[in-house]
Design a binder for this molecule. Structure first.
Ligand code: PEP
Ligand code: CO
Length: 448
């Protein structure tokens, strides 16, 4: 009777009766209630039409007919919500996606960790400095990072700020894309200032020349203009960690007769909150969005099957993504058993590899980093294992930035431990910089 509680009626707040981990404790219950009510009154950030369109694309990726590129910051911050940052992120994702399309000859589904990636799980509830213990910083959606009692107190009003920043971000992204920024006829729009000095530059420009020549050739021969090349789809995702925020924007859509989480298109459950009988799984089972679940080395095959049964009982195509983040050292011993178990159970899932979160190390210098070679090793192993078992690796989930940061070690420029201090800017986990991200895209393209 393991799954019995999940058969109880679902409501946007039925998760509150479950064991919840990683959630803030809001001391002012009245302020929390009024924030939830206000968020519920405001217009949604995304629509069910977009969400269902994404689900159909994810169903194609499940069948090996498309590839998902999901990427962005580990943690977005309100301070970083600037024109420059948004454009840089869009540029690198567009560049990567074109490299992958050209290599794999498959459409790419572009998904940003963007417009809502403001809440973070933490190992400890408290952080202690000089004998003073305060609540850990849990992301801008929850509290503030400065180490004072006032700043660290979870503040429900920050959910409204998060909603506003997410709306500003989405508005700008939509304006850019609708206005022609992503037009494949004009890839020069996405050039990053330092692209010309990059070791990746030649290959990138060759690929883009092939793409634009092919497009021009097709248009010349057919006497048509490929208007579909003017606009691309771009979707938003974030970890659905702060369930108060997600709940507040969950709506029953009469024309579809289903509940939707309208904070984002594609929310995921983090590795630390994926307990089958926990609050997060309870919330996610009731929404119609496509959803992801992060799968770590501690996840058992039994957990996987129960997650699939609770989160996708109707086996709806495109609904459920397992994002495996196992680490370069463990993937070969763990992933095949997971894939076999899911296959035997007949569960329809999309497999995506996150080669970042199983390969994080803390250096003696205090920097948290990831080695580029380990990231590539895990990704290559994921392709190989899925290939051997006859399943599809349907996508990749990356932490990256369009900037020239120095957070991960290795890559074409051979960044070392000694380089990290130069531009180490992440709030939480180390990201691939622009060149490293493009290099990953080229490795993926090589699998085509
Ligand atoms: C993340 O994606 O930033 C994260 C915390 O990942 P995971 O849940 O896989 O540890
Ligand atoms: Co992270």
């Amino acid at each position: 009777m393991d799954n019995a509680p999940s058969n109880a009626p679902w409501k946007p707040d039925s998760w509150q009766a479950r064991k919840a981990v990683q959630l803030p404790v809001y001391r002012d219950a009245a302020a929390l209630a009024s924030t939830i009510a206000e968020l519920g009154r405001l217009p949604p950030l995304v629509t069910s039409w977009e969400i269902e369109a994404l689900k159909a694309r994810l169903a194609q990726a499940q069948q090996g007919r498309a590839f998902v590129l999901q990427g962005g910051d580990c943690a977005e911050t309100f301070a970083d919500c600037s024109s420059e940052n948004i454009v840089q992120k869009l540029k690198i994702l567009l560049q990567m996606s074109m490299v992958i399309v050209a290599g794999l000859k498959r459409p790419v589904v572009r998904v940003g960790r963007i417009a809502g990636q403001y809440a973070k799980p933490r190992s400890d509830d408290l952080e202690t400095r000089d004998g003073l213990a305060l609540p850990s910083y849990r992301g801008d959606l929850v509290n503030r990072s400065a180490f004072t009692a006032t700043d660290r107190e979870p503040d429900p009003a920050l959910m409204l700020r998060g909603y506003e920043y997410a709306a500003l971000t989405l508005n700008f992204v939509r304006g850019l894309i609708d206005g022609g920024f992503a037009d494949i006829h004009h890839p020069e729009n996405w050039n990053l200032a330092f692209v010309s000095q990059s070791p990746m530059a030649d290959r990138y420009h060759q690929v883009m020349r092939r793409v634009t020549d092919g497009l021009a050739f097709f248009e010349a021969v057919t006497g048509t203009r490929v208007d579909d090349a003017r606009r691309i789809d771009f979707f938003a995702s974030h970890e659905g960690l702060n369930l108060y925020y997600e709940q507040a924007q969950t709506r029953w859509l009469r024309h579809r007769s289903r509940w939707y989480d309208l904070t984002t298109h594609y929310p995921w459950i983090g590795a630390r909150t994926a307990a089958v009988d926990g609050a997060h799984v309870e919330y996610f089972r009731g929404i119609a969005n496509p959803i992801g679940v992060k799968i770590g080395p501690a996840t058992t095959t039994d957990d996987l099957l129960r997650l699939a049964a609770v989160l996708n009982p109707a086996n709806e195509p495109g609904r459920l993504t397992f994002i495996h983040r196992l680490g370069a050292q463990r993937i070969a011993s763990v992933l095949p058993g997971m894939i076999e178990a899911v296959r035997r159970a007949g569960a329809t899932v999309l497999w995506v590899c996150d080669p970042m979160h199983g390969n994080t190390e803390l250096l003696g210098s205090g920097y948290k980093t990831r080695r580029f070679d380990r990231i590539l090793d895990e990704l290559e192993a994921a392709f190989r294992i899925h290939g051997e078992l006859g399943t599809h690796l349907g996508g990749v989930h990356l932490e990256l930035t369009g900037d020239h940061v120095t957070e991960c070690i290795g890559g074409a420029r051979g960044l070392t431990e000694q380089d990290l201090h130069r531009a180490y800017r992440t709030q939480v986990d180390p990201r691939l910089n622009y060149e490293q991200a493009l290099e990953v895209a080229m490795r993926i393209a090589d699998r085509g």
